[in-house]
Design a protein around this ligand. Structure first.
Ligand code: HEM
Length: 318
């Protein structure tokens, strides 16, 4: 008599890794030559010899089933554990090089890699191409951040190779976390581009709100998502509270605007684009909400960060 236990391993794709799971036990990782890891199983099946239906079982049968279920690892949790392992290994290596002072650079790097996406032709996005684009003026200063992450990439190479896109996505989430922001689970398995993305895709800081919204719309992001993502400027050197604390002070400061486009803010605080958002009614509505409710900002930032790091990504599991 046979019984079959099937477990959906959807969370493998969520929190996870690039591992291929067999019978919930073995992990097969891609070879060193491939920068990506693979995972295959969406549903896992374990077969065991046991009774097919309880009415036919005597006490011994029931005992047998109970014992068997203890002995056979439940594949869903094995898959989840494998995925979690992949993530924690990468997190561990990132944490070795990450400090609060470096966090703003890590987070900015995410936008400069992913922000090149264009909804029209589906090119650009989170594909690690930033490593070929460091001499572009908008990427000034990011060279040193990439150099730091290169150490992590080299370290991972011998254990579990990781793509630039995965590394940058995970490093940004770690940067948010180390500065006191929300914990953001990052799915792994992105494949790197081998050529730079088209130029001129990142918004300039001199854009007004209308054009900023248009720019984000072309990447698939709403005005609300634009405002939530811009909250990343709460860390770094633009004067929104502590440069190393991820909180809602960006919105609190912008919300103090008093009708003028600069909102009476010191010219030392914020980028022209930040002030432009505060001068736009639709964006201001969100700025006001986030200034009053940090939890809402954290929740929305988590969602939009996840969307950003998945934007335009090609997956090894696809
Ligand atoms: C909305 C359009 C955006 C514009 C025009 C913009 C532009 C800029 C500029 C000009 C800087 C200053 C760079 C420097 O100090 O040399 C900056 C800093 C920064 N940006 Fe943005 N950015 C935008 C959106 C974003 C997004 C979506 C993120 C991340 C999710 C982000 C993350 C950062 C961070 C963390 C810094 C501080 C970097 C540091 O101090 O090292 N930015 N941004």
């Amino acid at each position: 008599m046979n019984c079959t236990t099937t477990a959906a391993a959807a969370d493998l794709a969520l929190l996870s890794s690039a591992a291929s799971v067999s019978a919930g036990r073995e992990l097969n990782h891609s070879s060193k030559s491939s920068p990506v890891v693979k995972f295959a199983a969406k549903r896992l099946t374990v077969s065991c010899a046991a009774a097919s239906s309880p009415p036919h079982l005597g006490r011994r049968g029931l005992m047998y089933m109970a014992t068997t279920s203890l002995l056979i690892p439940f594949p869903k949790s094995a898959a989840s554990a494998a995925a979690a392992d992949e993530n924690s290994l990468l997190q561990e290596e990132i944490r070795k090089v990450l400090t609060k002072n470096k966090a703003p650079g890590f987070l900015r790097l995410v936008f400069h890699d992913a922000g090149t996406f264009d909804e029209g032709d589906k090119t650009g996005g989170m594909n690690g191409s930033i490593v070929y684009e460091l001499d572009r003026p908008e990427n000034a200063g990011l060279q040193k951040t990439v150099k730091i992450l290169e150490k992590v990439k080299d370290e991972m190479e011998s254990a579990r190779p990781v793509s630039w896109a995965d590394l940058i996505a995970m490093a940004g989430a770690e940067a948010v976390l180390i500065c006191g922001g929300p914990e953001i689970p990052v799915r792994l398995g992105r494949i790197d581009a081998t050529v730079p993305d088209p130029t001129g895709r990142l918004p300039e800081e001199t854009l007004d709100a209308k054009n900023m919204k248009k720019s984000f719309q072309s990447k698939g992001f709403s005005a609300q998502e634009l405002v939530a993502l811009s909250g990343a400027h709460t860390i770094g050197g633009k004067g929104f509270g502590s440069p190393v604390v991820f909180d809602n002070s960006y919105y609190k400061i912008l919300a103090k605007k008093s009708g003028s486009s600069s909102g009476g803010m010191s010219s030392m605080i914020g980028l022209p684009s930040d002030k432009a958002l505060a001068a736009d009614d639709e964006c201001y509505g969100w700025i006001s909400k986030y200034s009053e409710d940090q939890n809402l900002f954290f929740e929305d930032f988590k969602k939009v960060y996840t969307k950003l790091v998945d934007t335009g990504a090609k997956w090894s599991s696809a």
